[in-house]
Structures are given as C-alpha cells and as structure tokens.
Ligand binder design. Structure first.
Ligand code: 5GP
Ligand code: ZN
Length: 116
C-alpha cells in the first residue's frame, strides 16, 4: 500500500498519530475529525495515499462510497441529527487542506450548528 511519509492521514492509517476510529476495512478508514465542525463530524479516507479525486480510481471510489450509507446510518443512530452534509474538497482553491483524499460527513442539527 502506497503511503506518503509526510502525510498526516497516512500517519493516522499507520497508527503513528492517534485517531478516534469509526470504521475500518482493508481499503478504507473512517475516523472523527479532530476539529468537529458539528458533533459527529467524520472523515472517510482510502488507506492508499491518493491526494485527491483526480488520483482516485473508479474501483476504490466505488468501494469508498459503498461505505458512506453505513456511516451515515451509524451517525444518525448515534447523534440523532436532522440532516447530514457529505463534502469533498479537491485542491487548495476548493478548500482542501490535507492532501490525502477524504470525504467529510457532517451531521446537521439546524441553524447555528456551526456549518453552512
Ligand atoms: P479539508 O479542509 O482538507 O477538506 O479537511 C481536512 C480536515 O482534516 C479538517 O477538517 C481537519 O480538521 C482535519 N484534520 C487535520 N489534521 C487532523 C488530524 O491530525 N486528525 C484528525 N482526526 N483530523 C485532522
Ligand atoms: Zn496520505
């Protein structure tokens, strides 16, 4: 599996940096965002280092997104949000700050919940 030694999410995958894991299989990992935009803010990443959607192949994307409904249902059951945003930033211009592909799952609780 290709990792980037300077990548913070690769370090999380390798266990070099602690994280609150939500889901893991051989290809993907989901964990709590360190800076919770709202309660339950979760990140889903491929274990292989892919900088952004432009480096992601279809098979990996298919698998990664097959996990999204499971995570969404888990978040709904645990945090009882009213809604959920699924967000992915690609490129600095688009707001990406960590250059290892990730999907944000952001539970929504109504106006003033911290997002949007
Ligand atoms: P981006 O702005 O690239 O779409 O999102 C990067 C996300 O990674 C941010 O929401 C940020 O809080 C999160 N993040 C950055 N460093 C860490 C870390 O070391 N651990 C965890 N769990 N999340 C991180
Ligand atoms: Zn990485």
């Amino acid at each position: 599996m290709s990792h980037d030694v300077n990548c913070i999410f690769c370090k999380i995958i390798k266990g070099e940096i602690p994280s609150a894991k939500v889901y893991e299989d051989e290809k993907v990992l989901a964990f709590m965002d360190i800076s919770q935009v709202t309660k339950g803010h979760t990140l889903l990443i491929p274990k292989a280092h892919k900088a952004d959607v432009f480096e992601l192949d279809t098979e990996l994307a298919r698998h990664l997104f097959s996990v999204v409904p499971k995570l969404a249902k888990g978040l709904k059951a645990t945090y009882k949000p009213e809604g959920l945003n699924i967000v992915n930033n690609n490129g600095e211009t688009a707001g990406q700050t960590v250059f290892h592909y990730h999907v944000h799952l952001i539970p929504r609780y109504g106006k003033g919940d911290g997002f949007g």
